[in-house]
Ligand binder design. Structure first.
Ligand SMILES: [Fe+2]
Ligand SMILES: [Fe+2]
Length: 268
């Protein structure tokens, strides 16, 4: 697997050129970069394809950027959703929704954690899962979605990776903010609530768990790498409390979130 590689010109072209970029807030640009990296997993020709699409003048936004992937992105045709079994497991969600680039990204980051002997394999496997439903504040959404089924530490790691990704930590070789600097300029400043969340996480006893999610996150945007789910069945079996009734049907406070991923085509 390779680390992040960004073609700055291609990235800006996907956003509609530098004039369009100038109208975006720092946060919007940061989220757009995440989208760009994730979408590259869809196919290596994504940057050119989406830039061409814009040039044709057919890209009038029909969705806010924070909308979840399962509801479409307003740019690509909607694919049919695979039906889920009656009592779906986490593995079912990962397998049957694996046509989403984000799911491949989860697998790649978990694989990087596994290969480097990291403890955070499950947190990596779940860290962006909420982006199926909603992208904005995805760390919080993802953590909420899995909270009843994982340890508090795993939920913490998932929640705070979102804020921590903006801040360097040389002790673990985390350099993502330098990449942000190159793309947005050195004046980039995350929203105060994100800065506060990162500060809180930094002082927490589970800081390293969340931090390592951001590290493995860096090695999970390779369009050419296909990762099997098989190596993760064991860690999921041991550390994810799969409800007997199936995710979405266990009457937990978050069951509706899983059901929304299953039944994303239902109108109400
Ligand atoms: Fe993330
Ligand atoms: Fe990620």
């Amino acid at each position: 697997m390779t680390s992040i590689q960004i073609d700055r010109a291609a990235f800006i072209a996907t956003l509609g050129g530098s004039e369009a970029v100038a109208t975006m807030s720092d946060e919007q640009r940061a989220d757009a970069l995440d989208d760009f990296l994730i979408e590259q997993l869809n196919s290596p020709d994504y940057p050119k394809r989406i830039a061409d699409h814009r040039a044709e003048g057919t890209s009038a936004g029909t969705l806010r950027r924070g909308a979840g992937a399962i509801f479409g992105d307003g740019r690509h045709p909607l694919a049919e959703l695979a039906p889920m079994p009656k009592h779906p497991t986490l593995l079912d969600f990962l397998r049957l929704r694996s046509n989403f680039p984000m799911v491949r990204h989860l697998l790649q980051s978990a694989e990087h954690a596994r290969r480097s002997g990291g403890q955070e394999i499950l947190a990596c496997l779940l860290h962006d899962l909420g982006q199926l439903l909603i992208r904005v504040d995805h760390g919080w959404w993802s953590a909420q979605m899995v909270e009843p089924y994982v340890s508090e530490e795993v939920a913490f790691a998932v929640r705070y990776h979102q804020a921590l990704r903006f801040y360097p930590d040389e002790s673990v070789g985390y350099e993502y903010p330098e990449l942000c600097n190159r793309i947005y300029g050195r004046d980039y400043v995350p929203e105060p609530c994100i800065a506060e969340a990162a500060e809180y996480a930094r002082g927490h006893r589970w800081y390293l768990a969340a931090r390592m999610v951001t590290v493995h996150d860096l090695y999970a945007f390779d369009p050419d790498t296909v990762v099997s789910l098989d190596p993760f069945a064991d860690v999921i079996g041991r550390h994810f409390r799969q409800p007997e009734e199936g995710l979405g049907f266990d009457a937990s406070p978050v069951a509706h979130m899983w059901r929304s991923v299953i039944f994303a085509d239902h109108p109400l």
